[in-house]
Design a protein around this ligand. Structure first.
Ligand code: GLN
Length: 313
């Protein structure tokens, strides 16, 4: 089955990418973080990696981009590894919201005052505060080390232009953080927590990095290429469940219906997804739909899922 799929991918991925590329015209590059507005609107790149580390790639895979909200999956995992489930779920809930990713609306509905889940901005900001370390610098260093290990790429680093751009303009995230602080969710200073949050959102990667990170999740926390466990299985299960129910924000239901795989998107137009037990997938196409997900990316994943019957259901 793997051999046939792999052959099909090698033969057709470039043509499917070319067909999905047209959908970039239906979206817009995010501009609320000024630096992201410079992204090319009409590109699409994808990399798929198997358990031996073979890759099939097509489109604009030379393009590098920042993780943005995809980072939230891995900071959640690190926070779980640092604190355990009980502490983490005293600060964030387990339920999807029907609201935009940066919404203020539902902050007070789950257990008075805690964010609905760790993948909306409010929840991810709460998670940033839980990363072990005595200073933001130490927390950021630990996050970088962890992400480099998962991606098996010691060169991963923060894009300082994106970091500064977001930090200078993040009035809404600041207000979310102050709200959380007032509700007793953050044990650290607001500015310190936000520095950590903006830093992990600004880690720069390629599609191949995303595919490798996804591969570890696809194999329940083991990097199958090195045959090395990097994350306890239970924490990967938690992360994948959130990706399935909340990973594509308030379009998670539609994505579950049309693609049927755990996934996480970022406003850079990136999507990390996987075929559990098999492949890690990373893609980027900066033009976004109204819900903040890559238009061409979602289209391409729909096509692949249909072609290979990848839906979990
Ligand atoms: N850094 C971005 C923000 O906080 C992440 C949002 C996203 O990728 N959806 O607004």
């Amino acid at each position: 089955e793997h051999t046939t799929t792999w052959k099909q991918l090698n033969d057709h991925l470039a043509e499917w990418v070319a067909a999905s590329k047209a959908h970039t015209a239906d979206g817009h590059v995010a501009s609320y973080i000024p630096e992201l507005a410079n992204a090319p609107a009409d590109i699409l790149g994808i990399c798929i990696m198997d358990a031996e580390g073979n890759t099939v790639a097509a489109g604009d895979t030379h393009y590098h981009f920042t993780l943005q909200s995809i980072s939230k999956v891995f900071t959640l995992i690190l926070a779980l590894m640092d604190n355990g489930e009980e502490t983490v779920f005293s600060k964030v809930g387990m339920e999807p919201t029907g609201d935009d990713f940066n919404s203020m609306l539902k902050l007070e509905l789950v257990e008075p005052g805690i964010p609905f889940n760790p993948l909306i901005n409010a929840g991810a900001i709460a998670i940033s505060s839980l990363i072990a370390g005595s200073s933001p610098k130490e927390q950021i260093e630990r996050i970088l080390q962890f992400f480099r290990e998962i991606a098996h790429n010691p060169a991963l680093d923060i894009n300082q232009d994106v970091f500064k751009s977001e930090s200078d303009t993040a009035h809404r995230n600041r207000s979310l953080a102050y709200f959380l602080k007032d509700n007793g969710v953050l044990d650290r200073e607001v500015d310190d927590v936000l520095q950590v949050y903006f830093s992990h959102c600004s880690i720069q990667v390629s599609c191949a990095d995303l595919a490798r990170m996804a591969l570890v999740l696809a194999h329940n926390g083991v990097d199958p290429i090195r045959n090395q466990r990097l994350i306890p299985r239970r924490f990967v299960q938690i992360a994948k469940t959130f990706m399935f129910t909340c990973g594509m924000y308030n379009a998670s239901g539609e994505f579950a219906m049309n693609v049927g795989l755990p996934a996480k998107s970022g406003v850079s137009g990136s999507i990390l997804t996987m075929v559990p037990g098999h492949y890690g997938i990373g893609l980027v196409s900066p033009a976004l739909n109204r819900k903040g997900n890559s238009t061409a990316g979602v289209h391409l994943l729909g096509k692949l899922s249909q072609e290979f019957d990848w839906s979990l259901f």
